[in-house]
Ligand binder design. Sequence first.
Ligand SMILES: NC(=O)C1=CN([C@@H]2O[C@H](COP(=O)(O)OP(=O)(O)OC[C@H]3O[C@@H](n4cnc5c(N)ncnc54)[C@H](OP(=O)(O)O)[C@@H]3O)[C@@H](O)[C@H]2O)C=CC1
Ligand SMILES: O=C(O)C1=N[C@H](C(=O)O)C[C@H](O)C1
Length: 250
Amino acid sequence: MDKQIRVAVAGANGRMGQEVVKMLAQDAQLIYTGNLDTRLGSEEINKQMEEMKPDVLVDFTTPHSVYKNMELCLAHGVRPVVGTTGLTPEQLQEMTDRYKEAGLGAIIAPNFAIGAILCMKFAAMAAKYMPHVEIIELHHDRKLDAPSGTALKTAEMIAAVRQELKQGHPEEAETIPGARGAEYEGFRIHSVRLPGMVAHQEVLFGSTGQTLSIRHDSINRESFMPGVNLAIKAVMSMYGLIYGLEHLID
Ligand SMILES: NC(=O)C1=CN([C@@H]2O[C@H](COP(=O)(O)OP(=O)(O)OC[C@H]3O[C@@H](n4cnc5c(N)ncnc54)[C@H](OP(=O)(O)O)[C@@H]3O)[C@@H](O)[C@H]2O)C=CC1
Ligand SMILES: O=C(O)C1=N[C@H](C(=O)O)C[C@H](O)C1
């Protein structure tokens, strides 16, 4: 067996955290050291870090906590595997620079499901040929951030290859504000929140006489676990930060 990896989880009692704890229990290489609550005072956090001695911190908390948690990891030399969404582009860039400078491995993945990564990649492939595109992301109604991290990453990948153009009628107007969704680099992202949903995304393309739909559905949170497992093992031999699981599987 490869060397064992000590893994703490921030948000272990949450929907994703509980699934991570189950996954860790099924892999003999991974030792679950406990739930790290970074809302505690710094003395208590230091004590917990001392006791747990984690190699990796898996973070599934809130958009509000994740930046501070990444700073904590830097301070303690712990490698973060972050699924929490909601870091701003500026925070992401800052963390990229700081982890590079520290030579410490870190992974931020807005989506750990392989199908979602493929959905993003296929969408970027299609956008090169079909620049008229809109993204619809659909999630459970407990989600804090909109649009989803997955939709933002998809939009970034599309914008990197898409010919810029103005979509829709030049004179279109919203009779109800927000009806056309959020604008990102000239195309639209729509966020749906409903009970009963988990995590879903559809990328719609239109062209003369044809449309293309690329859809991914996570029907449960187990769907993210192979990606989280892969990231925990990969981060141990990394220097610096990567943003997106696609960088690990290409
Ligand atoms: N990358 C991916 O593949 C995926 C990412 N996500 C993202 O993961 C995040 C969590 O989602 P989900 O599990 O559904 O959310 P939940 O609300 O179910 O869980 C969040 C948990 O984090 C705890 N928490 C909040 N702040 C802290 C902190 N500072 N330190 C430790 N624990 C904390 C909460 O505790 P308490 O309840 O006591 O407040 C709660 O138990 C979201 O940002 C979501 O978008 C979700 C699914 C997949
Ligand atoms: O909050 C969620 O549930 C999810 N969040 C991530 C996101 O914002 O993209 C990943 C997945 O969509 C589930």
